[in-house]
Design a protein around this ligand. Structure first.
Ligand code: PAF
Length: 282
C-alpha cells in the first residue's frame, strides 16, 4: 500500500487513475472501514487497477465552528494501519497547502439545489456545503478516480455530491455506502467519542425517532412522532426532524422514495441520522 502524506506533486504521480476513492476526514471507525471494503470490492469487480484509495484530510473550509475543526480527532497512523488491513491500495493524506495552494485559488463550484434552502444542514451550517463541494472537486482533480464511495449517514451531502457530479459531468461514479450502526442503533460517527455520560443514551434519540417515524401514515404525523421521541430523551429542539423526497430533499412526492432525516445537538456534539421512510422502502 502506498502512502502519500503532506507532499503535493507526488500524489499526481502515485495516484493511479483507475481507482475507487474513499473520501474521509480520518479518525476512521467501522463505518469508514465498511466504505473502504466496499471500494476494494468495487475495484476488484470492475478490474480497476488502482484499487481503493483513501483520502484523509480534515478540510478546514467546511467547518463553521473553529472549535469543532480544532478538536476533530486526528489519528493518522492508526488510520493508515486500518486501511492496510482492509486492503486499500493507497492512502492520500495531503497537507492544506497541497489542497489549497496559496498561489492557485481553488474555486467553490456553484451549489446544487440540494444544498440550498432546504432547512437541513444548509440552515444550521452556513457555508458548509461550499467547503464540501470545493474539496470534493479538488480531490477528484487530484486523484482522478473512476468511482468514489460516500456514506449514506451524511444523506444531504450524498445528494449534493450526486447532483454536482451529474450536473458537471465529473466522470466519477458516485457509490452510496450504507450507514453502520452500534448494536444499540447509534449511527457510527467520528464525533461519538465526545458523548459523555448520559449523552451516549440520549444519542439514541435519533435512531429511535427514525423508527417511530416509520410507523406513521403521513409526513406530518411522522415528523411529530420524531419530535415526541426527542422530547422523551430530554432534547427540546432538534435541529431538524423531517420527511423529504430522498433525492431532491424537497417535500415528499407521492410515488417517489422518501427519507426521514434528522440532526440534533447532544451535549457538545451534533449528531446526524437518516433512514428510508417508511423503513421497509429500499
Ligand atoms: O464526509 C466527510 O467526511 C467529508 O465531508 C468529506 C466528504 C471527506 C469532505 O471533506
Amino acid at each position: 500500500m502506498w502512502i502519500c502524506r503532506d507532499h503535493d506533486p507526488i500524489a499526481e504521480l502515485v495516484c493511479p487513475r483507475a481507482s475507487v476513492l474513499v473520501p474521509t476526514m480520518g479518525a476512521l471507525h467501522e463505518g469508514h472501514l465498511a466504505l473502504v471494503r466496499q471500494a476494494v470490492e468495487h475495484a476488484d469487480r470492475h478490474a480497476l487497477a488502482g484499487g481503493a484509495v483513501v483520502w484523509i484530510f480534515v478540510n478546514p473550509t467546511q467547518f463553521d465552528e473553529p472549535s469543532d475543526f480544532k478538536r476533530y480527532a486526528r489519528t493518522l497512523d492508526d488510520d493508515v494501519e486500518q486501511c492496510r488491513v482492509c486492503g486499500a491500495s493507497g492512502v492520500y493524506a495531503p497537507a492544506v497547502r497541497a489542497v489549497y495552494p496559496p498561489d492557485n485559488p481553488i474555486l467553490v463550484p456553484q451549489l446544487p439545489d440540494q444544498a440550498v434552502g432546504k432547512g437541513l444542514e444548509d440552515a444550521h451550517r452556513p457555508r458548509h456545503f461550499e467547503g464540501v463541494c470545493q474539496v470534493v472537486r479538488r480531490m477528484f482533480d487530484l486523484v482522478r478516480p473512476a468511482a468514489a464511495v460516500f456514506g449514506e449517514k451524511d444523506w444531504q451531502q450524498l445528494q449534493v455530491v450526486h447532483a454536482m457530479s451529474a450536473r458537471d459531468n465529473l466522470g466519477v461514479e458516485i457509490l452510496n455506502g450504507p450507514t453502520v450502526r452500534e448494536p444499540d442503533g447509534l449511527a457510527m460517527s467520528s464525533r461519538n467519542r465526545f458523548l459523555v455520560g448520559p449523552e451516549r443514551e440520549q444519542g439514541l434519540a435519533l435512531s429511535r425517532a427514525l423508527r417511530a417515524a416509520s410507523d406513521e401514515p403521513d409526513p406530518a404525523s411522522a415528523e411529530s412522532a420524531m419530535r415526541r421521541v426527542y422530547a422523551d430523551h430530554a432534547i427540546d429542539s432538534p435541529n431538524y426532524a423531517a420527511i423529504r423526497d430522498a433525492e431532491t430533499l424537497g417535500p415528499v412526492v407521492e410515488g417517489r422514495p422518501a427519507r426521514a432525516i434528522t440532526a440534533a445537538r447532544v451535549g457538545t456534539v451534533r449528531l446526524l441520522d437518516n433512514a428510508p421512510w417508511p423503513l421497509s422502502q429500499p
